[in-house]
Design a binder for this molecule. Structure first.
Ligand code: KG4
Ligand code: ZN
Length: 336
C-alpha cells in the first residue's frame, strides 16, 4: 500500500512540530520552539508538556494549511514515541492516535533517533542505502549502519554524556546560556583551537565518552581564583571555546573515519543538533575528501528537532510494512 500523504508530529522535548510529506516530498514543516525554558537554564518537563498541549493544535493546523491539505487527505499519521520526556511524548503520540482512530488511517510510531538518521532523506541529495550515520544530539551520540528495509545496526554509542550535552555542560561552566552548543560555535569562530589541548577520550570500539572532557574543563577553570578566572575569560573565552569544540569534533571525526575504513562504506551522514556545528561540518568534509566518500548532512533547519524528519522516517517505515498498533505506548528510554 502506498501511503502518499503523511502527517508527522514531534513533541519529544521542547519543540512542538508538525510536517506533511507527500510521495516522499516535503510539503510543510512547522515548529514552535518553547522559549519558556530559557529562564531556567534547561528544559523543565512539566512546562514542556503543558506548552505542547497549548501549541499542538495550531502547529498541526499550520502544517496542514502550509501543505494545502485537509485532514481527509491524510493517508497515515506519525508521531515520535520515544526517547524523550514522558509527558511531552504523550501529547504528540496521543494526538496522533486520536487522528489515526478518527480518520481510520494507520499510525506510525517513530523512534526519535530514527528520525535523526533519516533527516538526510528529507530533501535531495539523498544517500543510497546502506550508509553510515553519526547522530550527535543533546541526548545521544551514536554511530549507526543504516540498511535497506528500515534496518539499522548500532556500531558505537556514548558511554556517558552525549556530544551536545558536552557542549551544553561546558557552556554552563563558562557562564554561557542554554543551549550552549550554538554559543560555543559562534565564539569559537574568533578563537584559537590550539590554545589548550583538552583530552580526547577513546573508550573502545566505536564508542564515545565526553564526561572526562567536561571534568577537565572544570579543573582547568578551578585552577584560577574567581578574579583571575574572570580576567582570563574576558581575554580568552573564544580560545577556550575553540579548544573545547576541537576536542569534541576530533573525537567524532576520528570514530567516523575508523568506521569508514573498517566497514568500507563510503556514504556518510552526520545528523542531530550538533551537526549544525560549523567546525564539525568543515572537519567531516575534509575527512570525507581524504577518504574518498560522499557526505550527507541535513540543511541547518533539519539538524535540530523537527517533524519533517518524523514524517519522512514514517514514509520509509510504512513502506517496509511497519504499522504501529493504537495501543503503542510512549517509551521515554527507547533505544535504537
Ligand atoms: O537534535 P537536538 O535538537 O535535540 C536532541 O535530540 O537532543 O540537539 C540539541 C543539541 C543541544 O545540545 C545543542 O547545544 C546542540 O544540539 N547544538 C549544537 C549546535 N547547535 C545545536 N552544538 C554545537 N554546535 C552547534 N552549532
Ligand atoms: Zn533530537
Amino acid at each position: 500500500m502506498d501511503y502518499r500523504v503523511i502527517l508527522g508530529i514531534e513533541t519529544s522535548c521542547d519543540d512542538t512540530a508538525a510536517s506533511v510529506v507527500a510521495g516522499g516530498e516535503l510539503l510543510s514543516n512547522v515548529l514552535s520552539s518553547q522559549l519558556e525554558h530559557q529562564a531556567y537554564g534547561g528544559v523543565v518537563p512539566e512546562i514542556a508538556s503543558r506548552s505542547h498541549q497549548r501549541y499542538i493544535m495550531p502547529v498541526v493546523d499550520g502544517a496542514l494549511s502550509q501543505a494545502g491539505a485537509q485532514l481527509e487527505d491524510l493517508d497515515a499519521v506519525a508521531a515520535t514515541y520515544g526517547p524523550g520526556l514522558s509527558d511531552s511524548l504523550l501529547v504528540g503520540l496521543s494526538f496522533a492516535k486520536a487522528l489515526a482512530f478518527g480518520l481510520d488511517i494507520p499510525l506510525a510510531g517513530v523512534n526519535h533517533l530514527e528520525g535523526h538518521i533519516y533527516s538526510v532523506m528529507i530533501e535531495p541529495p539523498r544517500p543510497a542505502l546502506p550508509y553510515i550515520c553519526l547522530i550527535a544530539s543533546g541526548g545521544h551520540s551514536q554511530l549507526v549502519r543504516v540498511e535497506e528495509g528500515f534496518h539499522h545496526t548500532v556500531l558505537g554509542r556514548t558511554r556517558d554524556d552525549a556530544a551536545g550535552e558536552a557542549f551544553d555542560k561546558v557552556a554552563k561552566l563558562l557562564g554561557l546560556g542554554y543551549p550552549g552548543g550554538p554559543q560555543i560555535d559562534r565564539l569559537a569562530r574568533k578563537g584559537d583551537r590550539t590554545f589548550h589541548d583538552f583530552p580526547r577520550s577513546r573508550p573502545g570500539d566505536y564508542d564515545f565518552s565526553f564526561s572526562g572532557l567536561k571534568t577537565s574543563v572544570l579543573y582547568y577553570l578551578n585552577a584560577f581564583s574567581d578574579k583571575e578566572r574572570n580576567e582570563f575569560l574576558d581575554e580568552h573565552l573564544s580560545d577556550v571555546c575553540a579548544s573545547v569544540q576541537e576536542a569534541i569534533v576530533d573525537v567524532l571525526v576520528a570514530r567516523m573515519r575508523e568506521a569508514v575504513r573498517e566497514t568500507g562504506l563510503r556514504r556518510i551522514a552526520v545528523t542531530g543538533g550538533v551537526s549544525a556545528n560549523t567546525r564539525l561540518r568543515e572537519a567531516m568534509l575534509n575527512m570525507v575528501y581524504d577518504e574518498g566518500g560522499e557526505l550527507y548532512m541535513p540543511a541547518l533547519e533539519y539538524t535540530m528537532d523537527n517533524a519533517a524528519m518524523i514524517a519522512t522516517t514514517a514514509s520509509y517505515k510504512l513502506a517496509a510494512g511497519q504499522i504501529s498498533p493504537l495501543s503503542l505506548a510512549a517509551e521515554p528510554a527507547l533505544a535504537l
